[in-house]
Design a protein around this ligand. Structure first.
Ligand SMILES: Cc1cc2nc3c(=O)[nH]c(=O)nc-3n(C[C@H](O)[C@H](O)[C@H](O)COP(=O)(O)O)c2cc1C
Length: 122
């Protein structure tokens, strides 16, 4: 989640929301990180998946299906909860995976799949 919990670094916010994002390492999809929803929202949830955790239990063939279904469930719950709090969320899937993973300093096995900026409706 963004902002990060107390004690974690805040440098990633700048990496995502400003021109300091490492655009040199990615091409067209990177532009999505300049989207207003990302740069303006007070909080951006990042849903990342550890595919290995699922494949250990369910096998490689079912893993992408199960992970993506679950990510959809998480996103839907998050969006519904936002509305319940009088807020609004938006789903963002267009970004450069590796560049985002690096910008957030995510462990190598945590693949970012969804960005959900949340804020007050205009
Ligand atoms: C999986 C998925 C990924 C999406 N990625 C983006 C995105 O990267 N950028 C964007 O502007 N809209 C994206 N959208 C669409 C928006 O989330 C949203 O549906 C659209 O802005 C229309 O919202 P509205 O119906 O509330 O007006 C995505 C939608 C889905 C379902």
């Amino acid at each position: 989640m963004w902002p990060p919990p107390a004690g974690s670094t805040i440098t990633n916010r700048a990496a995502i929301g400003s021109s300091s994002f490492p655009t040199a390492t990615c091409e067209q999809p990177c532009a999505a990180l300049d989207q207003e929803a990302i740069t303006q929202a007070p909080a951006v949830f990042v849903i990342a998946a550890v595919y290995e955790r699922t494949s250990r239990k369910y096998g490689a063939a079912r893993t992408p299906r199960y992970v993506h279904m679950e990510v959809g469930h998480v996103a839907q719950n998050l969006l519904l909860e936002a509305v319940g709090l009088g807020l609004r969320g938006m789903t963002i899937g267009a970004f450069e995976d590796d560049a985002l993973q690096n910008a957030l300093s995510l462990p190598v096995d945590q693949r970012p799949l969804y960005l959900i900026p949340v804020g007050h409706p205009r």
